[in-house]
Ligand binder design. Structure first.
Ligand code: COA
Length: 191
């Protein structure tokens, strides 16, 4: 049997062509239908998702990253930076809404997406990346733990999905700067 070679890529999207937006909306609804990972529980349709992603591109604290399989957008993730008034937590950013459409899974795209987002967060000067995930998202949990994210807590009433309360796990990962002291050295030391 011949193995099909796919082209895989990830990029930060500052604009989206009409075709990319259509692919992104399709991938998003497919992921929602399969069981989420996104805040939405029900599929939204192309018009609502186009408005949503159009809005994401305009929010100064948000950056959108898209994954492509053979040139088509098949998933995305967002980097959320702290608001400018939150100086105390300026060193931490959040990874959110990461998903790959079910028809594009298993190629390593989610790993690439998360690593690209980590590189960007570190380049922007962030030293910590936070994320949270429903305890039911076993694949995502394996992905994040495999990439070194540390679970520091579980929220028992994290989400409500179709009439059922679902717990959620909270994770962080430290990021290393290009220059300067290692992040661990900035953690509180035991007396
Ligand atoms: C989690 C998700 C993004 C993974 O996408 P993907 O592109 O298939 O993942 P990758 O191919 O990059 O795999 C990366 C790692 O994920 C884990 N993984 C992927 N598929 C897996 C599976 N079927 N079973 C267990 N672990 C799996 C593995 O740790 C894998 O690393 P490995 O290849 O070294 O074993 C995808 O399943 C998804 O969109 N799930 C629903 C949305 C979600 O839960 N998002 C997270 C909330 S923020």
């Amino acid at each position: 049997m011949t193995e099909v070679m796919h082209s895989l890529s990830v990029e930060r999207a500052e604009t989206l062509s009409e075709a990319d937006m259509a692919d992104l909306c399709e991938a998003t609804d497919a992921a929602i239908i399969e069981g989420g990972g996104f805040g939405w529980v029900a599929p939204q349709g192309r018009a609502a998702l186009t408005r949503h992603f159009g809005g994401v591109l305009l929010v100064p604290e948000r950056e959108l990253f898209v994954a492509r399989l053979d040139g088509h957008v098949v998933g995305s993730a967002q980097l959320v930076r702290p608001a400018r008034n939150n100086e105390a937590q300026a060193w931490a950013a959040q990874l959110t809404h990461a998903y790959i459409a079910p028809y594009a899974r298993g190629h390593g795209l989610a790993r690439m997406l998360v690593q690209r987002l980590e590189e960007r967060a570190a380049a922007l000067g962030h030293r910590v990346l936070n994320l949270d995930v429903r305890e039911t998202q076993a694949t995502a949990i394996a992905l994040f733990e495999g990439l070194g994210y540390i679970r520091w807590g579980t929220h028992p009433a994290y989400a409500r999905i179709n009439g059922r309360t679902v717990a959620g796990h909270h994770y962080y990962k430290t990021l290393e700067p290009v220059r300067g002291r290692p992040t661990e050295a900035l953690f509180p030391q035991d007396p």
